[in-house]
Design a protein around this ligand. Sequence first.
Ligand SMILES: NC(=O)c1ccc[n+]([C@@H]2O[C@H](COP(=O)([O-])OP(=O)(O)OC[C@H]3O[C@@H](n4cnc5c(N)ncnc54)[C@H](OP(=O)(O)O)[C@@H]3O)[C@@H](O)[C@H]2O)c1
Length: 138
Amino acid sequence: MKLKKRVVVITGASSGIGRATALACARRGAHVVLAARSARELDRVAQQCERRGGRALAVPTDVTDPGSVTALAAAATARFGRIDVWANAAGVGVLGRFDQTPPVNCAASSTSTSSAPSTGPGPPCPSCAGRAKASSST
Ligand SMILES: NC(=O)c1ccc[n+]([C@@H]2O[C@H](COP(=O)([O-])OP(=O)(O)OC[C@H]3O[C@@H](n4cnc5c(N)ncnc54)[C@H](OP(=O)(O)O)[C@@H]3O)[C@@H](O)[C@H]2O)c1
């Protein structure tokens, strides 16, 4: 897929898979919209993306909060006019035996991971809604 000047929203962009995705997209000339809770880390990744040739917008976001995700979609659309790709990499992993893992950690893992896809830029983003319907239902 050609990414030059494509608008790519990436959740979990401050670290790990999301950050690597953002840098790779920026290297290919994409406009990246970076989302995670940590504003400081996001700003750092935004600078790294711009050094690689992309334009970057950092939007502090909590994907477990639907209003926050709606605001992310709105910010992306306001800045770049549309959204072409939405990549959900936000998540919390838990390593350990299930019976030895505190319930609060399991809850955080499933909430952040399962809420991200369901709060993608469908209804909140008018510019995407029609296109998403037209292209596919995946
Ligand atoms: N790395 C692997 O090999 C691997 C393999 C299989 C599955 N996974 C899963 O893939 C996901 C990402 O892995 P990773 O290695 O990239 O993890 P990571 O380095 O810890 O990155 C997680 C990213 O998600 C963000 N995030 C977490 N909760 C969030 C929330 N509520 N709202 C917005 N952003 C949130 C974090 O930023 P903030 O904390 O600033 O919000 C960070 O940017 C995890 O669920 C992990 O379990 C990873």
